[in-house]
Write a protein that binds this ligand. Structure first.
Ligand SMILES: Nc1ncnc2c1ncn2[C@@H]1O[C@H](COP(=O)(O)OP(=O)(O)OP(=O)(O)O)[C@@H](O)[C@H]1O
Ligand SMILES: [Mg+2]
Length: 420
């Protein structure tokens, strides 16, 4: 289905939370430049913002707004074919022919999902911009294009209150009776915080609320995060679950970028360049190269930049950290890896009078023994502190031990008189 007006701009089926500023910036960008690239991490809402900008600008383009979604396009030939099909001109077979078709037009070409086609898209866009003085291009890409004169519109996570509003609205779509109460609101807020305002993650979480209460969803999210998938009617395979969403970016990174991504994943919160350099060097990258690789990761929307009064800081969204940590963990466990093998799993011998610990509780018990606080454990395992608190309570209850110190003593000594 498309909207009124020339072209094939898709209709939006769901409401949009926030984004007034980004849309205004996009509209301004299109009046001042001929190429605007909407960029940002996966699932953050780039396509939604771009679609709104294109809707808002469509009266300025009497020859139409032509939209092509490129997820399934693999090379230059299919790119040209996709744009030609969009325009209803299947006979066009080269970038130059497409550019000629736009000649003399006041049109807007929207290319959605360009990150896996950087070379072909950049060539096509340059041809179109060269071949016509009046057609403009709105590109949507996790990775910045390499076309001169591009204006960049960065889309970041939603602020907390908008994320919460989105969760509630999408929850009502699957359960009309869904209401937040004073008792359940903190769980909803915690879910939005732990999903860091990424709309796709929030939509997937909301889909689960059809079958799970908020508190239970929050508890399960920590362990089953990568598989978080809603009733998913989403047609894009990479958006059906959060692991696929982020793996799509991982596949587009080079070897050095992946090494740095994984090395930075152990850092929670934001960090300055020097910390990234030290982490990259410890992972085997030449220290002098780390700044450039970090820049690549920023261009890929894997690392976010945060200007502060003390200079630039960097951070990875939790979604990206988890995939980095999982990759790191996988490599360290690989049989051919020369790094020392990971420590054996904590002992959880069956206790005659106590319930056995779950694998996660056993992991938490081991970290307690290493002297980590609950907050540090939360950061290490990339789960919320509240969940760690709950695990610690369970460990104490199941083991009949009185305190964390007792738990630490048991894990670090061979004392079998106290068994978990
Ligand atoms: N501000 C918003 N309000 C409501 N829903 C939103 C908002 N932003 C995004 N969404 C929803 O979240 C999902 C992901 O959004 P979108 O596809 O625009 O992300 P994206 O940044 O383009 O992701 P990708 O990098 O995978 O292409 C979609 O289902 C979309 O409808
Ligand atoms: Mg998109």
């Amino acid at each position: 289905m498309t909207t009124a007006g020339k072209g094939n701009l898709p209709v939006e089926y769901t409401s949009l939370a926030g984004r007034a500023e980004e849309i205004a910036e996009g509209l301004l960008g299109l009046s001042e430049s001929r190429l605007v690239t909407v960029t940002g991490p996966g699932g953050v809402g780039k396509s939604r913002v771009a679609t709104r900008v294109a809707h808002g600008a469509r009266r300025r383009f009497p020859d139409g707004v032509w939209y092509a979604e490129l997820s399934h396009v693999a090379d230059e030939r299919s790119l040209v074919a996709a744009v030609a099909a969009t325009m209803g001109r299947p006979e066009l077979t080269t970038a130059e022919e497409v550019a000629d078709a736009f000649a003399g037009w006041r049109a807007l070409l929207v290319l959605d999902t360009c990150e896996h086609l950087m070379g072909p898209v950049s060539r096509l866009v340059e041809a179109v911009l060269r071949g016509t003085g009046t057609t403009k291009v709105l590109a949507v890409s996790r990775v910045l294009l390499t076309v001169p004169g591009q204006r960049v519109l960065t889309v970041g996570p939603l602020p907390e209150h908008q994320a919460l509003a989105l969760l509630v609205e999408r929850a009502r779509a699957v359960d009309q009776g869904f209401e937040l109460t004073e008792a359940t609101r903190p769980f909803a807020e915690e879910i939005c915080r732990s999903l860091e305002g990424v709309p796709l993650a929030i939509e997937l979480a909301a889909g689960c609320l059809r079958s799970l209460p908020l508190a239970e969803l929050l508890e399960r999210m920590d362990d089953r995060w990568p598989d978080l998938a809603g009733s998913s009617t989403n047609v894009l395979a990479r958006q059906r679950d959060l692991r696929s969403l982020v793996e799509w970016s991982h596949a587009l990174c080079g070897a050095e970028q992946r090494v740095l991504w994984e090395a930075l994943s152990v850092l929670s919160g934001s960090f300055p360049l020097e910390v990234a350099e030290a982490a990259g060097a410890a992972a085997g990258l030449p220290e002098a190269d780390v700044a450039a690789v970090l820049c690549d990761l920023v261009d890929h929307s894997v690392v976010l930049r945060e200007p502060t009064a003390d200079g630039m800081r960097y951070r990875l969204l939790g979604l990206y950290r988890r995939v980095g940590l999982a990759r790191l963990d996988g490599r360290q466990r690989a049989p051919l890896d020369r790094t020392p093998p990971p420590p054996p799993p904590p002992r959880t011998p069956p206790a005659p009078r106590a319930a056995p610990l779950s694998p996660r509780e056993a992991q938490v018990a081991t970290l307690i023994a290493e002297g980590l606080t609950n907050l540090q454990i939360a950061n290490r395992l990339v789960i919320s502190k509240r969940t760690v608190d709950a695990h610690v309570r369970n460990i104490l209850a199941k083991s009949n031990l009185a305190s964390r110190t007792h738990v630490a003593a048991w894990v670090t000594t061979e004392d079998t008189s106290v068994r978990l």
